[in-house]
Design a protein. Structure first.
Lengths: 899, 375
């Protein structure tokens, strides 16, 4: 092109000069609706002026508007506005039409680079070239789906490469972007999917159905992905999408791919240690996280006391994690939302897969029951750690009789009535059992069931109806003949929900409602035959929670997007219930009990309500950078009652009531996001401030199990947390990875009426998971198409503990005089994990593909203290010891296969 | 120790879980001592005293707490204090300081079931303290004390070690609905040492240097007996390092069966002769029970995976000025039983006692050459 232009210019320079400019000449209204070429022909004929151009550029251009009263210059400016055509008069007598050379070259380059990358750009034409109007605005709409499963791919990036515009698909995989008519290169990307490139000739609005193929290998030799500013273009602040494929590439403890571990590596998220289940988000406690599996809350997210998460990675399609800017649709927990969607079966053909690790083995099968209509997906994972434990050679406590095991399974059936209506049903179950020594065994189970019906009424109006139920229970079984018993706890919670979304102009409204019933069976002790244990049945508790919400996502101009919503929640604690009453103005202690109040069945014991505003906004400074801010309030009506730093499976959940107010948290966050997609960099800095109300703390020596008057052992107070998160990612090239640093504090104040109702004399103290500095780096490096190295490094400040500062002996028993709560810290935590993944095949058509992952956790064998404890010596002096859960390097080997 | 009884004691659960990481992670986890700097506070007054329904004298010990710095030091006694014991009928008795910081009654007041008692303390520096009045409750009855013998090997730090010894149990009855009970045991064993074989190092190598208390001296032709040995045979006490408490809330009306009290390893020093085991069943006030429970939680919970935070053990001693004061004046009934454990009962044989070339009084702070009455 450039060569041709030079030629034109060279030819032109020999032309003689004329005095009168043709551009001032009026164009009559008789030209309305006629072709520009015709006009030029006429002008050339009538004057000495010559026009230089390539006919292809102008052959579709018509004078649509009445040119009456306008001169040629005005007419041409109007015609070429927003197109890549320009013109200028070199001298009177010569008008040159130019196509923006930079743009054209860029276009060519993009196409040829796509060809070089074997992306084989598909040519797509919208409308007819006959109707081409340069500079006209048209809309590119479409839907992105997974080629195999037909699942919508949400979060995929649509990039109009030559104009640096981009958009991200919504939860249904749909997208919409305004473009100008003409040639464009459209690139569609999603993590772990092959990039799709289209050469689009848009002459009119059109729809594009895109199917993406999963990347057959874990890493390509030359990766030139372009994630097009995912962080910059996502509206919401504090939202992250988690890709299971991405987690698979990182070294994993004992080879178990674990979504909760990945959450713990995110900026703003901390954990009490390797063996602690759950996670702490921006200074909130573990129970403040709403973990949804197919829309149903999960009350215990861990296997084996927190070493592993309860979710089998292969049952997960995608997970969204909101640590700020929580949408109005979600509610019920104060700090964060982890929304996990289950994978669906392939509508075309049957597939299977599995994995064999040193700790567990898992299989998955999926495929069509009725082609293109009904699919099924099932997964099953189980441990053989029993074998491991039993093989440990010891006579101690007879380990050959021990049990350590967990299993989980999931199944999802989906049926598509049409493109506009589909239904799915999903089941998930997990169970754990544990007995090492002694006479007690422990088991706990999650069961979740849900059905969902999605309906599109009009392209802009969709609804989804959901009904589900969950159950969590645990059982402690003690087989000691004299005192044996069964202790059980259970919570059952059916829930129903309806969500609607309505697109109207620049607005995208969402609204809906939800209702949940909770039935708590807070404790039941049944003596075994011949045992002298008491028979205790704690009265059941029941409550209900309702919410309605309305949200609006609004786009104002090119640069501003905001999502504002409000949620109204209502909670009832219902009879039958027997409650203790206490002397007014006195601390709530057993000694101050004055009597009991009885509530009849269905009678309202206590009700609470809350208005929860949720706002998040994005302002684009440029294609590369944006500012985001958000505010949200969230109420929480059920609480996890625990007196330990790490959550145990036998901790109990209880509803709010007369003595336990609901918790709520207010969070304000703001951040700056920047991406440089040419170089593949992406980064952000984000700050937050959060206030929490009604957080629960326990009194010293609190007894939580089978306690009829828990209010005497628990306290409520306030907490606040603040911090700054910085993250930098590189998403292209041989070396990819993310590094983040978080500085944050998490503080609490418990200042009750009596002396025992204060912690640390009512002064602010650091929470159990206050870890001011946190650095996480994760990376992978492709050595070839089949082999890559990955690694992760974690550093965290030591967690606060309470330590003895004096000791004494009474009756020859050493007693520590402990400091106020959490006044000291255990040493800092740091750990390096490395892994190698070997892909057996990267041919797409190979029937079975397998991969080996070799990982080493805690490479340099640091004995990170999980905790420090103090043991009094016989002389009354206290000595400090540390427990390291992973005190050595732990290697593991996993084989995964798929067909 | 009380694991089986405290069936759903959360601590029991947690101590069991300590084995989990070892099991799951194939012994990758470990426990190691570390240096942990805690700035010590000033030493605080500690009160350790009790009154029971058994005849006196009753003792109150006053001393200062240790600063945590991993260095051994003897507790500093609080001497010269004025300690007075009161009952709930207007009687009082001042305790006499029989040794530095050790105060004893003279028999004016005898503890009785159902009566309440408290003490007041005035230290040398004029500070005043008092205990909250508590009643001596019926301790219930120790029905039987018995034992069995086990012989196992265990893996400790990857090394197989024998685990052989006597497990001692008790069957007991509480007295009423709320059984706040502590079982306190004391072991006593005889030990033999050889102070006459003591050597001292000189430039010419080690030479015989019998301790004076051995009754020997160095003569021209070796050791020469000059009198009886005053430090060859001692009796040493052994105490529990963790309070044993009833977890009353889940048990039927104080029916305690097969409560595991102790494990006494078959050790050549412990069983040089025989081993005396005595257990007291003490009734506790609510405050004392909570105090011992906090102590037990400190001991059990600290090493747990789930990390129950350490709690202060709050006793029943208060200061008039609001100063921090530690310890307990324990008021409660007591029921006692004892037995002898003999190595001849054990199927495993014990090695002869090792040759300790020193005074038996130095073996343990509790060592004494006075033969106990029951021996």
């Amino acid at each position: 092109m450039s060569f041709r232009l030079i030629l034109i210019l060279v030819v032109f320079s020999f032309l003689e000069l004329r005095s009168q400019s043709i551009l001032n000449q009026k164009v009559g209204s008789e030209w309305k609706g006629r072709a520009l070429l015709e006009l030029i022909d006429k002008l050339e004929a009538d004057s000495k002026t010559r026009f230089f151009f390539l006919p292809a550029w102008l052959k579709t251009v018509q004078l649509e508007k009445d040119p009456a009263g306008k001169n040629l210059q005005q007419v041409l400016i109007e015609l070429f506005e927003n197109s890549d055509l320009t013109f200028y008069e070199l001298h009177p007598g010569a008008v040159i039409f130019l196509r923006d050379p930079a743009k054209e070259m860029q276009h060519r380059q993009l196409v040829s680079s796509a060809i070089r990358e074997f992306k084989k750009p598909e040519k797509i034409v919208f409308g007819s070239e006959q109707n081409f109007r340069p500079g006209q605005r048209v809309t590119l709409k479409g839907k992105v789906t997974d080629a195999k499963s037909g699942d919508p791919v949400s979060g995929a990036t649509i990039q109009i490469s030559d104009v640096n515009a981009g958009v991200v698909t919504d939860a249904d995989g749909a997208f919409e972007i305004g473009i100008f008519t003409g040639n464009h290169v459209v690139r569609i990307n999603y993590i772990n999917y092959d990039e799709k490139v289209f050469e689009l000739m848009a002459f009119a609005t059109g729809e594009l159905a895109v199917t993406l193929d999963e990347t057959p290998m874990l890493l390509e030799e030359v990766v030139v992905t372009d994630r097009a500013a995912r962080e910059v273009t996502t509206a919401r602040i504090g939202q992250s999408r988690i890709s299971v494929q991405e987690i698979r590439r990182l070294p994993a403890l004992m080879g178990e791919v674990d979504i909760i571990r990945q959450i713990q590596a995110m900026p703003g998220v901390t954990t009490a240690g390797e063996a602690a289940s759950g996670f702490n988000v921006r200074g909130g406690s573990v129970d403040q996280n709403l973990v949804l599996y197919e829309g149903v809350p999960v009350f215990n997210t861990s296997h084996a006391f927190g070493f592993f998460s309860a979710f089998n990675a292969s049952s997960i399609r995608e997970a969204n994690f909101y640590r700020g800017g929580i949408p109005a649709e979600f509610g019920g927990r104060a700090s964060s939302v982890l929304d996990i969607q289950a994978a669906e079966g392939d509508p075309e053909q049957w597939h299977g897969g599995g994995g064999i690790g040193i700790l567990s083995t898992q299989i998955q099968v999926n495929g069509p029951i009725q082609k293109d209509r009904t699919t099924v997906m099932g997964t099953l994972r189980t441990t053989y750690s029993d074998l491991l434990v039993r093989s440990i050679k010891t006579n101690y406590a007879n380990l050959s009789d021990s049990e350590v095991g967990f299993m989980d399974g999931s199944m999802k059936i989906s049926h598509r009535f049409s493109d506009k209506a589909r239904i799915s049903a999903s089941y998930y179950g997990s169970s754990d059992s544990f007995r090492i020594t002694g006479d007690s065994s422990y088991s706990w189970n999650n069961k979740l069931f849900s059905t969902r019906f999605d309906k599109t009424f009009t392209p802009g109006f969709q609804a989804s109806f959901f009904a589900g139920a969950g159950q969590y229970n645990y059982l402690v079984n003690n087989r000691q003949p004299e005192t044996g018993f069964d202790l059980s706890y259970q919570i059952t919670y059916p829930t129903a929900k309806a969500d609607f979304s309505l697109q109207a102009g620049q607005h995208k409204f969402s609204f809906g409602g939800q209702g949940t019933w909770y039935a708590f069976d807070p404790g039941r002790l049944t003596p075994l035959k011949g045992s002298n244990a008491k028979n205790i049945v704690m009265p059941s508790k029941q409550s209900s929670e309702y919410a309605v919400y309305l949200g609006d996502g609004i786009t104002i101009g090119e640069k501003f997007f905001a999502e504002a919503g409000i949620r109204y929640s209502l909670f009832y604690s219902l009879g039958p219930e027997k409650e203790f009453t206490y002397q007014a103005g006195q601390p709530i202690e057993t000694v101050n009990q004055t009597g009991t109040v009885d509530y009849a069945k269905g009678e309202i014991v206590r009700s609470y309500q809350g208005l929860e505003p949720r706002v998040s906004a994005r302002f684009s400074l440029s294609e590369k950078s944006s500012i985001k801010a958000g505010f949200n309030r969230a109420y929480q009506y059920v609480h996890l009652i625990t007196n330990t730093t790490a959550v145990t499976p036998v901790d109990i959940w209880l509803p709010s009531g007369t003595y336990f107010r609901p918790q709520y948290a207010d969070q304000l966050s703001a951040g700056y996001f920047r991406t440089d997609k040419d170089k593949g960099w992406e980064g952000f800095i984000e700050g937050f401030y959060k206030e929490m109300n009604g957080i629960l703390e326990f009194k010293d020596g609190a007894r939580l199990i089978l306690n009829n008057s828990l209010e005497t052992d628990l306290l409520q107070g306030v907490g606040r947390a603040y911090g700054t998160e910085v993250s930098l990612s590189k998403n292209s090239g041989r070396l990819q990875g993310t590094a983040s640093y978080t500085w944050s504090r998490s503080l609490r104040t418990i200042n009750g009426v009596g002396e025992r109702d204060k912690i640390n004399n009512g002064l602010e103290y650091p929470s159990n998971f206050d870890q001011p500095h946190s650095v996480v780096a994760q990376w992978r490096y492709g050595i070839s198409r089949r082999i890559f190295f990955s690694g992760s490094f974690t550093f965290r400040s030591g967690r606060p503990i309470t330590a003895p500062y004096a000791g004494y002996l009474i009756d020859q028993i050493a007693i520590g005089n402990f400091s106020e709560r959490n006044q000291y810290r255990i040493p800092d935590y740091h750990r390096l994990d490395l892994g190698i993944v070997l892909e057996g095949s990267h041919r797409r058509n190979k029937k079975v593909s397998g991969s080996w992952s070799l990982s080493a956790v805690n490479v340099y064998g640091r004995q990170n203290p999980y905790t420090i404890f103090f043991r009094g010596q016989s002389n009354g002096i206290f000595k400090a010891y540390q427990i390291s859960v992973i005190g050595a390097m732990i290697p593991s080997l996993t084989y995964q296969f798929k067909f | 120790m009380m694991k089986r009884l405290l069936f759903f004691d959360a601590m029991n659960f947690r101590s069991g879980i300590r084995w989990l990481p070892a099991a799951l992670l194939l012994a990758a986890s470990c426990i190691t001592p570390i240096d942990f700097e805690v700035p010590g506070s000033g030493a605080l007054l500690v009160v350790d005293g009790s009154i029971t329904n058994r005849p006196g004298p009753y003792t109150v010990k006053l001393f200062k707490s240790f600063v945590i710095d991993n260095r051994y030091e003897n507790p500093v006694s609080e001497f010269g204090a004025k300690v007075i014991l009161f009952d709930d009928q207007g009687n009082s008795e001042q305790l006499i300081e029989t040794d530095k910081g050790i105060y004893k009654t003279q028999g004016l007041i005898n503890g009785q079931l159902g009566r309440a008692y408290h003490i007041t303390i005035r230290t040398r520096d004029g500070k005043e303290y008092f205990s909250e009045p508590d009643k001596i409750e019926d301790p219930g009855q120790l029905d039987s004390l018995y034992f069995d013998y086990i012989s196992e090997t265990r893996i400790e730090n990857g090394v197989e070690v024998p685990y052989r010894g006597f497990r001692v149990f008790v069957d007991a009855a509480g007295s009423k609905e709320e059984n706040l009970i502590r079982w306190r045991w004391t072991g006593t064993y005889e030990i033999l040492t050889f102070p006459e074989l003591h050597m001292k190092i000189t430039d010419r190598g080690p030479i015989a240097d019998p301790l004076p208390c051995s009754g020997y001296k160095v003569g021209d032709n070796g050791l020469l007996k000059t009198g009886p040995c005053l430090c060859c045979t001692c009796w040493v006490n052994m105490y529990q390092d963790r309070p044993l408490l009833s977890d009353e809330q889940f048990i039927n009306a104080g029916d305690f069966r097969r409560v595991p009290l102790a494990f006494i390893p078959l050790d050549r020093r412990l069983f040089y002769n025989k081993f005396h085991f005595e257990v007291e069943q003490l009734s506790l006030s609510r405050t004392a029970y909570e105090f011992w429970k906090a102590v037990r939680d400190q001991r059990d919970g600290s090493a747990s995976l789930f990390q129950p935070p350490n709690a202060k053990a709050r006793g029943n001693i208060r200061s008039k000025d609001g100063d921090e004061v530690l310890g307990l004046f324990s008021v409660g009934g007591v029921s006692i039983r004892s037995l002898f454990l003999n190595q001849s009962i054990a199927p495993d044989k014990v090695l002869p006692i090792d040759t300790i070339k020193g005074s038996c009084l130095k073996v343990d702070p509790t060592a004494t050459i006075n033969r106990p009455e029951f021996w």
